[in-house]
Design a binder for this molecule. Structure first.
Ligand code: ADP
Ligand code: ASP
Ligand code: MG
Length: 407
């Protein structure tokens, strides 16, 4: 007998038929003698629909009320799945995040889980029931509903598995595992049988939304065995593992990309101490995350240019703040571009191999793709390119690094 936490994403519960299919799958595990906790997302499209409704009333609605609103999507699914389970003869009970005391901080729309009270869930499991928990939501110390950020049901599932000391956390989705890159962009992408936590963390943070980054962080921290699988077809999926010394490492494990990027440049600022702080300070103090930063080497004019990227959602606000800074500093001009994307090569094997960057730049150059920004770390190289080159760039790199071939 095992204790398994399963998470089903939006498409996997996107219709009554799909919910029945999930119920059958869950029942299969329970009939085998396993204890099963199921975490579900809202039906596909529902979270966006709810956000759209609020947007029709107010351009920037109150964050607390937004969380009350968007958390309803998951509440629908837990009830429907429990009804379906009971209908096919499988005892089940549904709970909202608050009901199972998923305690979070009060950062609406991006709350972090602090604690989970597993006792209630344990009692139900011991009584032979399947427990169905709403993903993506929790409650803060004042009793207000919070949500965990887009894709947050993954994190609920991993946190439940950690709290219950589950044997495995299975993330069921609409692809049958983690691929070398998004298979919707590169059909030749190859499913990975295993990927290390470190690499998965990097892929997630660089834009691969197959797993929410916090879910990967949590799984790494609490040692939760994590697997990504398809809810539509049988298979082993992809296991997220800790790095094994003996394992032959591929140089590159995958390509991630992020469409959610925008670029801002301030031209002609003085080249002197404190300037970077003056530019970035007002942006980050407004809680806008800055990703890549590039400062040009100044010519002998005593002035320089400074470029950085932010999320597209923060683009307008960041541009306004930067305009203000530019006026204060008597900078020459502010340039803004929200038609850019970031493409990244990821691999722990990159550490020990020289020449990856030049091969990457060569592959992009061959396709006539201009690189606008570059940033590197031990296990990744990221470039910013024009949005129109996303697909071409990803495919060119996939080909150049022969990722369709198993090593
Ligand atoms: P769910 O609703 O089940 O949470 P998501 O849409 O959040 O599903 O995540 C699954 C999607 O992630 C896939 O449909 C795929 O397009 C995308 N994706 C991006 N990068 C990868 C990758 N490297 N491997 C697999 N899927 C990826
Ligand atoms: N329903 C939420 C979203 O669309 C959470 C999730 O699906 O994981 O982001
Ligand atoms: Mg998701």
């Amino acid at each position: 007998m095992a204790l398994i936490v399963q998470k089903y994403g939006g498409t996997s519960v996107g219709s009554v038929e799909r919910i029945f299919a999930v119920a059958e799958k869950v029942k299969g595990y329970r009939d085998r003698g396993d204890q099963v906790v199921v975490v579900v997302s809202a039906m596909s499209g529902e979270t966006n629909r709810l956000i759209g409704l609020a947007g029709q009333i107010d351009e920037s609605p109150d964050p607390r009320e937004m969380d009350v609103l968007v958390s309803t999507g998951e509440q629908v699914t837990i009830a429907l799945l429990s009804i379906a389970l009971q209908k096919i003869g499988c005892p089940a009970r549904s709970y909202t995040g608050g009901q199972v005391h998923i305690l979070t901080d009060s950062a609406y729309s991006k709350a972090r889980i602090r604690d989970i009270d597993a006792a209630r869930v344990k009692a139900d499991l011991d009584a032979g029931r399947v427990v169905v928990v709403a993903g993506f939501q929790g409650v803060d110390e004042h009793g207000s509903i919070t949500t965990l950020g887009r894709g947050g049901s993954d994190t609920t599932a991993v946190a439940m598995a950690a709290a219950l000391k589950g044997d495995e956390c299975q993330i069921y989705t609409d692809v049958d595992g983690v691929y070398t890159t998004d298979p919707r962009v590169e059909p030749k992408a190859r499913r990975l049988e295993r990927i290390t936590f470190e690499e998965m963390l990097e892929m997630a943070s660089l834009g691969s939304k197959v797993l929410q980054i916090r879910a990967v962080e949590f799984a790494g921290k609490y040692n939760v065995p994590l697997r990504v699988l398809s809810s539509f077809e049988a298979g082993e999926g992809t296991l997220i593992t800790f790095e094994e010394e003996s394992m032959e490492q591929a140089k590159i494990s995958g390509i991630a990309f992020n469409r959610d990027e925008a670029k801002l440049t301030i031209l002609g600022v003085p080249d002197q101490p404190g300037v970077a702080h003056k530019i970035i300070g007002p942006i980050s103090s407004r809680n806008i995350e800055v990703d890549m930063i590039v400062q040009n080497i100044s010519a002998d004019t005593g002035s320089t240019d400074f470029t950085f990227t932010v999320n597209r959602g923060d683009f307008k606000r960041a541009r306004e703040i930067l305009q203000q800074t530019a006026t204060e500093m008597s900078a020459r001009e502010v340039l803004a571009d929200d038609k850019i994307v970031k493409i990244s090569l990821v691999g722990v094997g990159m550490r020990s191999h020289a020449g990856i960057a030049s091969k990457m730049f060569e592959a992009l150059a061959k396709e006539g793709i201009n690189i606008r920004m570059i940033s590197t770390s031990e296990i990744k190289i990221s470039v910013v390119v024009d949005e129109k080159y996303l697909e071409l760039g990803v495919r060119a790199l996939h080909e150049a690094f022969e990722l369709e071939r198993e090593i």
